[in-house]
Ligand binder design. Sequence first.
Ligand code: 289
Ligand code: CA
Length: 157
Amino acid sequence: KGEVGNTEVNLMKKQVSALQGQLTMLQAGLAKFQKVAAFPSGQIVGNKAFVTSGYEGNFDDLRQRCLQAGGQLEKKTENAAIQQIAIIHKKAVFLGINDIQTEGRFKHLNGDDVTYSNWQLGEPNNDKGAENCVEIFVNGKWNDRFCGENRLILCEF
Ligand code: 289
Ligand code: CA
């Protein structure tokens, strides 16, 4: 019985070792896939991927398209990464932030208050009393803007 037990243990050791090899291969494959997926339209920050398809739409349109794709508008602003996408496409991007609920109190879409901000000098100014969304320019600075404007989509996965 002892010998049979040893055989089973040895078999399991071999299986674990084979699985470890497969896991290493999968990890390397995933790391490579992330780089490929991020080139040239995305940025990886830790385990988050910020990606644009190049589509431009209004805030609600972008939010719906991101959700449909299994992503979301960015939850916590990774300014440098998002700025890179604006630079690559030479276009402003809508952040996942607005002050629709209470004027002047900007929140992320999950309801969290905005703690980090990078407003352009003089912003937010709620121009014409109609600016509740936030765009980030190629220079990385933020401007509050009418949510009905069309901006570049940016999804976080
Ligand atoms: O409709 C107003 C916008 O085009 C922008 O105009 C000026 O650049 C500034 O007043 C901005 O704050 C404003 O969002
Ligand atoms: Ca403004």
